[in-house]
Design a protein around this ligand. Structure first.
Ligand SMILES: [Zn+2]
Length: 569
C-alpha cells in the first residue's frame, strides 16, 4: 500500500505500518517511569500533535524517529522524557525493537561456518570477520581503526581499493551503518557488501572496475556500545542511543543550529568520526539506518533546496527505482516511491548527513533499509537482493561529474583549491581539491556550468560552459599561476571586518554585526591551523604562535561565508 505524500499533515510522511501494528500498550496513566527507563536507558513512545503543535517544536527535546500524519514516534532518555511529561501531552509507550527479538542462538552466533549472511554476528565474531577480510585479501583490503571507545569496543572500517592505502586521485567513498544501535539491517548488509566486493574482484568486470578506480570505505557498526548494550554476545539489548544515552545522529555540528544542536557535548563516537571525516575528506557517502524504507537526501535541517537538488533527485531515483524493480510491493514504495527530501519528512538538527554535506563537502544521504529495525535474520538475504545493485550504482556515481587535478603552474605542485560554480553554488555546495594529489570531484546534474578555481596566493581561473552528462566523467585538469603579493579582494557581504592585514602584532581582530559562527584559518599548504566556533561579535585571535606567511581565513555561519587572504608576520 502506498500512502502517498501528505503535504497537509505538517509536510510529514508515514512511519511504517509494522511499527504501528505494535501500538498496543496505550498508557496514558502514571507509571513507574524510572523503572521503565532503567533497562535500556531509553524508550520509544508516540503522541498525537494537536493543531497548535508542530513537530519542529520537539526536535531539540528528544529524537523524533518517525511520523505518520499527526502521530509522532519518538525515542527519549529518562531526563528528556520527564521534560516531555511536564507538557501534559497524552502519550503511549511502544515496545523496543530489541524487545521483540525471539531469535535463537543459531542466529546471533559466533561461527566461521556460515555460507550465507542470514545471521547477526556477535561482537567478537564481527571483529574476526573484519580481520579475516584483510588477512584473506591483503592487496585490496585493509582494516582501519577509526577509534576505540572507553568501553573498549572499536569503530572499524574496511578500506577496499587496488593498491589499498597508497595515496591517489581516486574518489573517496564511504558507507557507514548502525549509528543507531538498534537498526541492524545495515550492520549485516554492509559486511556482506565488503565480502561481495572482495570475492568478486578480478572475476566480475564491474566490481573490478569499482575497486580499481575508487577508494571505498565501509564501516558496518558506528555505535557498537548501543548494539551490544547487554553484552558482546547478544543483541537483545540493542538500543538507539550510545552508552551515554545520546542520539549520535543528533550530535553533530549543524549548519543552522550551531556546533551543539542537542546541547550535549560531542560524544567520543562523534569526535572519532569527525576526525576521520576531516582526515579523509570523503567525496560521497551514505549513512545506513532502519525504521523506514526510503532514500532521505539533503537537507534535514532546513527547507531550502540544495544547490544540487536535481543531482540528488536523479541519483536517489536511480537508487530507489532499481530497488523497486527487484522487490515486491510495498517495499520502498512509500514517500515519493522511495525517496524523500529530509526536512519534508521531518526536520532534524545535528544529523550526520547535513554535517557531511555542509562542513565536509561530501555528498551524503541517509538510507533507511527496512521498516523492521531488527528483522528476523532469515530475511536479511532478501534485503541484500533488493538493494545490492543500488549500493554498487551509488558507489559508481562517485566516478562521474567533473574531476581533475589542480596544480601550481610554475612548481607543478598539487594545490588545495576551491572549485566554485558561478550562479549555482550555495550553502557550502562547492568543493575543494584534496592534497596530496590535488584531485577534486564535483558531482553535477547534466548541463553546462561555469567553474571558478581559486587558491590562496594564486590567480583564479574560470572555465566557461563545462559540459556534464549523465553517468559520464568530464576531466578537467587545472593549472593556477601564483600571484606576486598574494592579497586578493575580499567578499564582505556578511559585514565582517577582519583587521589588521598584514597582522604584525600577534593579534587578529574580527568584528561582525552578528555572531560569525565557524572560523577557520588555513595556511598556504592547505592545512587548517585553527578551527573554532564563536558566539561573540568581537573576536581577537592570538596569531603569535603561527608561522609567518600567507593564510586564508574563512568564516561561515548558517547563511553564508566569507573568505579572505591575510598575511601574518
Ligand atoms: Zn536511524
Amino acid at each position: 500500500m502506498n500512502l502517498g505524500f501528505n503535504m497537509k499533515a505538517y509536510k510529514l510522511q508515514k512511519l511504517n505500518l509494522i511499527l504501528f501494528s505494535f501500538i498496543i500498550s496505550v498508557s496514558l496513566y502514571s507509571q513507574d517511569i524510572d523503572s521503565i527507563f532503567r533497562v535500556r536507558g531509553e524508550k520509544y513512545f508516540g503522541f498525537v500533535l494537536t493543531s497548535e503543535m508542530r513537530p519542529d517544536d520537539f526536535t531539540n527535546m528528544f529524537s523524533i524517529d518517525g511520523a505518520k500524519g499527526d502521530t509522532i514516534i519518538a525515542n527519549a532518555g529518562l531526563e528528556q522524557f520527564k521534560k516531555f511529561l511536564e507538557l501534559g501531552i497524552p502519550y503511549f509507550f511502544l515496545p523496543h525493537p530489541s524487545e521483540q527479538i525471539d531469535f535463537d542462538a543459531v542466529n546471533i552466533h559466533h561461527s566461521n561456518q556460515h555460507t550465507n549472511w542470514n545471521f547477526y554476528p556477535d561482537y567478537d565474531f564481527y571483529l574476526e570477520i573484519m580481520s579475516d577480510f584483510s588477512v584473506n585479501y591483503p592487496e585490496i583490503c585493509q582494516i582501519h581503526e577509526i577509534g576505540t571507545l572507553v568501553s573498549g569496543r572499536k569503530l572499524l572500517a574496511a578500506r577496499i581499493s587496488k593498491n589499498v592505502g597508497s595515496e591517489s586521485d581516486k574518489p573517496r567513498f564511504l558507507y557507514t551503518a548502525t549509528i543507531h544501535g538498534d537498526e541492524l539491517t545495515g550492520y549485516v548488509l554492509s559486511l556482506q557488501l565488503i565480502d561481495h566486493l572482495l570475492t568478486n574482484y578480478g572475476t566480475d568486470a564491474y566490481i573490478t572496475r569499482l575497486v580499481d578506480s575508487i577508494d571505498i570505505w565501509i564501516n558496518p557498526l558506528a555505535n557498537p556500545d548501543g548494539t551490544f548494550h547487554f553484552g558482546n554476545n547478544t543483541i537483545n539489548g540493542a538500543k538507539r542511543y550510545n552508552s551515554q544515552n545520546i542520539d549520535l545522529n543528533r550530535n553533530y555540528p549543524d549548519p543552522e543550529a550551531g556546533p551543539h544542536p542537542d546541547n550535549k557535548p560531542w560524544q567520543e563516537e562523534t569526535v572519532f568520526f569527525m576526525d576521520f571525516a576531516e582526515s579523509m575528506k570523503f567525496n560521497m557517502s551514505a549513512n545506513w539506518h532502519g525504521g523506514a524504507e526510503v532514500c532521505n537526501y539533503p537537507w534535514d535541517t532546513w527547507y531550502e533546496l540544495s544547490a544540487d537538488n536535481p543531482w540528488w533527485v536523479y541519483t536517489m531515483r536511480e537508487f530507489a527505482d532499481t530497488v523497486i524493480s527487484r522487490s515486491p510491493s510495498p517495499y520502498f514504495r512509500s514517500f515519493d516511491n522511495g525517496i524523500v527530501r529530509g526536512s519534508m519528512w521531518y526536520s532534524i538538527t545535528g544529523g550526520r548527513q547535513d554535517y557531511m554535506n555542509y562542513f565536509q563537502g561530501c555528498r551524503e544521504f541517509t538510507l533507511e533499509l527496512s521498516n523492521n529495525k531488527i528483522p528476523p535474520p532469515n530475511r536479511l538475504p532478501l534485503y541484500w537482493e533488493y538493494n545490492y545493485p543500488s549500493f554498487l550504482n551509488y558507489i559508481e556515481q562517485s566516478l562521474y561529474g567533473v574531476r581533475g587535478i589542480v596544480r601550481d603552474s610554475i612548481s607543478n605542485e598539487p594545490l588545495r583549491a576551491k572549485v566554485f560554480i558561478t550562479n549555482h553554488d550555495i550553502d557550502s555546495s562547492f568543493v575543494y581539491s584534496h592534497l596530496p594529489a590535488g584531485d577534486y570531484h564535483r558531482y553535477l546534474y547534466e548541463g553546462s556550468y561555469d567553474i571558478v578555481f581559486s587558491a590562496p596566493g594564486h590567480n583564479s581561473k574560470t572555465f566557461y560552459n563545462v559540459n556534464v552528462g549523465k553517468r559520464r566523467t568530464t576531466w578537467l585538469n587545472v593549472e593556477l599561476s601564483p600571484v606576486e603579493d598574494g592579497i586578493g579582494a575580499e567578499n564582505n557581504s556578511l559585514n565582517i571586518r577582519i583587521y589588521p592585514n598584514p597582522v604584525t602584532e600577534g593579534s587578529l581582530f574580527i568584528s561582525s554585526e552578528r555572531k560569525p559562527g565557524f572560523i577557520e584559518l588555513i595556511n598556504s599548504a592547505g592545512i587548517r591551523v585553527f578551527n573554532d566556533y564563536s558566539e561573540e561579535t568581537e573576536i581577537c585571535l592570538d596569531t603569535s604562535e603561527l608561522a609567518s606567511g600567507l593564510y586564508l581565513i574563512r568564516i561561515h555561519n548558517g547563511k553564508g561565508y566569507i573568505t579572505k587572504k591575510i598575511i601574518i608576520f
